[in-house]
Design a protein around this ligand. Sequence first.
Ligand code: CMP
Length: 139
Amino acid sequence: AIERTLSIIKPDATRRNLTGKINAKFEDAGLRIVAQKRIHLSLAQAQKFYAVHAERPFFAELTEFMASEPVVVQVLEGEGAIAKNREVMGATNPANADAGTIRKEFALSVGENSVHGSDAPETAAEEIAFFFSGLELVG
Ligand code: CMP
């Protein structure tokens, strides 16, 4: 089925001017960028977005990092977009990521891992609605 998923290009990647190279990976895999904007999250916004991880030991590190510098939030659309995006990103920890994936090529560490992607249809819908209104999605 045609799906949409929420993607974030994280501060370690925007800082190193990798937005275009990462977008090329998505587009080469057949994912269409149907919405995109560059924003600087407040700490409160980062904490709200990652609320599911609030009890994890890395929550403070994660949210402070995500609020440290601009991010690019985007909606990717395509056949099986949620799984396809996860394939293109590679494993969360770049040490475990396959060759050719975004995290293998660009990530610095498990925290500074260049990209976020939704993990399931329900979270994709919630995460898209967190950042975008329906009017901003242009398929
Ligand atoms: P993401 O897909 O954005 O969802 C939660 C994030 O937590 C994950 O990617 C990692 O970047 C981050 N994360 C997971 N484990 C750790 C860790 N041990 N230390 C710091 N950040 C982590």
